[in-house]
Design a binder for this molecule. Structure first.
Ligand code: NDP
Ligand SMILES: O=C(O)C1=N[C@H](C(=O)O)C[C@H](O)C1
Length: 237
């Protein structure tokens, strides 16, 4: 597989290592300075692109890959209010797009547990639910994409929760998501159900960025040669 790396930052560099370890080739590395090279001419011969950039850049980068006919795996967070629009565009153009807010296997297992637990807690309104996420101080967006996916999972199962807020709130219809930024933390997420008497916690701690990059490369291997719109659920089936 010949890959293009779009965004040669912390994730892009980790992805590069894993691509090479798994016997793939790097056909292009695109950063902000050469972002104008995201077109069919510059990407000729590329089988798949991996896009980990910034909330401002992701939409345009992914669209450019679709326009160039290059399957694209993206994990950039903080822009996903436009994800559905881009998925429709991809289908219209006959392109290939894989998106996940988190490529770590364990987090995706936690997403499933989270929905199952929420379904159980639907009946027990003595418990309120909240989410906490902790990441490194260089993270640009808050809350994390993973925390948003967790919140959406809970909202889909618990009728008394209709949205989330990223600030303190007494509104019981909202899930309070707290974002903390500490040192080099790769990503820690905790879902807490608390009553006056006790507390249930579902917690996931990422130990290193490699697990995220490996998941993205496995997604790229899965997407290669396919058309359509995919998520981690398709990969984990
Ligand atoms: N889904 C998942 O599993 C994961 C998602 N992420 C998300 O991925 C994104 C990147 O994270 P991370 O690598 O830590 O961030 P970094 O800030 O380390 O890297 C971002 C890179 O994007 C580049 N960039 C900026 N603008 C453009 C552009 N227009 N075109 C191409 N490249 C550009 C930057 O280049 P320059 O320095 O030249 O500006 C930089 O190299 C974030 O949104 C993060 O939340 C991170 C980890 C896992
Ligand atoms: O910026 C990061 O580092 C991460 N971002 C993703 C998110 O916003 O959920 C995934 C992971 O937690 C690391």
């Amino acid at each position: 597989m010949k890959a293009a790396i779009i965004g040669h930052g912390k994730m892009g560099r980790e992805i590069e290592k894993i691509l090479l370890e798994r016997g793939h080739r790097i056909g292009a590395v695109i950063d902000e300075a050469n972002a104008s090279e995201l077109d069919a001419a510059h990407l000729a011969g590329i089988d798949v692109a991996l896009e980990f950039t910034t909330p401002d850049a992701a939409y345009g980068n992914i669209r450019a890959c679709i326009d160039a006919g290059i399957p694209v795996v993206s994990g950039t967070t903080g822009w996903t209010n436009r994800l559905e629009e881009l998925r429709s565009y991809c289908r219209e153009k006959g392109g290939a797009l894989f998106y996940a807010s988190n490529y770590c296997l364990g987090v995706n297992l936690m997403f499933r547990l989270n929905r199952r637990l929420a379904r159980m807690m639907e009946r027990f309104d003595a418990y309120d639910v909240r989410i906490e996420e902790i990441h490194h101080t260089q993270k640009k967006d808050a809350p994390s994409g993973t925390a948003i996916t967790l919140a959406e999972g809970i909202i889909s199962e618990i009728g008394r929760k209709t949205g989330w807020v990223n600030e303190p709130s007494d509104d019981l219809s909202q899930i309070v998501v707290t974002s903390l930024r500490e040192g080099a933390v790769p990503g820690t997420h905790t879902v807490t159900y608390e009553s006056d008497d006790d507390r249930i916690e579902l917690k996931h701690t990422i130990k290193n960025r490699r697990t995220l990059a490996l998941g993205a490369v496995v997604a790229a291997e899965f997407l290669c040669g396919k058309k359509g719109v995919y998520t981690m659920d398709d990969l984990l089936k």
